[in-house]
Design a protein around this ligand. Structure first.
Ligand SMILES: [Zn+2]
Length: 79
């Protein structure tokens, strides 16, 4: 039964990098599999995917990377 337990834990842990990558427009399923198979590598990889700070645009409400200086969706400029 140990192997079943390990698989359940791996699948659960794999959701963490999957959500992180998914928020940045990456494939959720691919990152979930990646996270389940190699969780330490996937979590580090997901963290360095986008070094910028993702914020909600005050103008259009879309998620955008503030390091670009403007919103990708509507062009709103951040201070
Ligand atoms: Zn915007």
């Amino acid at each position: 039964m140990t192997i079943v337990y390990i698989i359940i834990v791996a699948v659960g842990l794999g959701l963490v990098p999957a959500f992180m990558a998914g928020r940045q427009g990456r494939s959720f399923v691919k990152w979930w599999i990646y996270g389940a198979l190699a969780f330490p590598a996937a979590i580090v990889h997901a963290l360095v995917l986008n070094p910028g700070h993702v914020v909600k645009c005050p103008f259009c409400g879309g998620m955008t990377n503030v390091s670009k200086g403007y919103c990708r969706r509507c062009g709103y400029e951040f201070m």
